[in-house]
Design a protein around this ligand. Sequence first.
Ligand code: PLP
Length: 402
Amino acid sequence: MTFNYSDRMNGLDGSATREIFKLLSRPEIISFAGGLPANEYLPVKEVNEILDEILSGGFAAKSLQYGSTEGFPALREILTDYVKHVGINDAKVENTLVISGGQQGIDLTLKAFINKGDAVLVENPTYLAFLQIAKTYEAKVYGVKAESYGLNIEDLEAKIKAHKPKVLYCVPTFSNPTGKTYSAENRRKIAEITAKYGVMVLEDDPYGKLRFSGEPVPSLKSFDKAGNVIYITSFSKILSPGMRTGVAVGNKEVIRKLTICKQGTDLHTANLSQLIAQKYLEKGYLFPNIEKSLPLYRTRRDCMLAALDKYMPKEFTHTVPDGGLFIWGEFDADVVTKDILPEAIERDVAYIQGNEFYAVPQEGNRFIRLNFSNESPERIDKGVKALAELYKEKISQAKSKK
Ligand SMILES: Cc1ncc(COP(=O)(O)O)c(C=O)c1O
């Protein structure tokens, strides 16, 4: 039988990353492909203690019952305080919505704002799943030129004038895929210019707390005077991705619309996850545990940077992130990283090809995203070495064909 799918499914064939993930169960594969927090720092002991308290105390029924779409009031109250860490000082409970991870924040925002054919702007390159979600809402996605300090403001304004976008999506701190952070000045200008033209900004911040070096920068939302910035952050990288919890902070009316969208999606974020997050924050476990994890991430980042500098061909350059989970690499050579990936996997190394992160995929041909958080230093060294040998071969083959 032929199944009669909706038009929005046309051209959607599942993210290539998901396909790669299927191969990663082979233990010999050294994976630089994911974006997972380190297993060692998932707080099993603390969550166990909290679960015990929830299920044997007065919260048992509450945790297993239905709840309100907005999330538990006590958790939302705590979250208004939590976002003060990124300079959002005036959020009230009604400005918050508990979400099932940052991914849901993206989905709800596009659901609330995008009609078929509406324009959306992203940084070039951007988070691959954003592009996927935008496709399901049949948005037209345009990339804004990126600079080392953030978005190119002239290009942003030109693209706003040309395409009249409804939404600008960006990951200003330790971006996925580049690891880059926008300067405070760049954030201020983005807030100003989008307010001037009435563009909603979706600021996605899953990595901001994972800083290994440099000084924290206030959120883009903290420069928002017009109420046009939605800030989303998630506990996936600093507590547990499996719990699916995060928060959206924005203008009260906008949050109300996102709440209506969420009702249709999942009614509410799982109460058990919300209660675990609430108690984890109340007990003060979050920040000490993040602190404990940082040396491990820093070591792995440094190890990958050292291996890249040691083994990679001279045609390769890369970012040096102050935090987050990714290094972004570029080959100044005639290679298509997507085509080379199957051979890399045969040699037991995985990465994500650059195409996945571009609105116009070919623009990412020569790029790769490398994740350093989930492999040991020994395996990082071994994996980068194998990757470097493969790319050296490919580059010399490409040169000899010319
Ligand atoms: C930029 C960005 N946004 C959102 C997500 C989704 O994360 P979650 O839904 O687990 O919060 C990720 C995950 O890797 C990400 O890198």
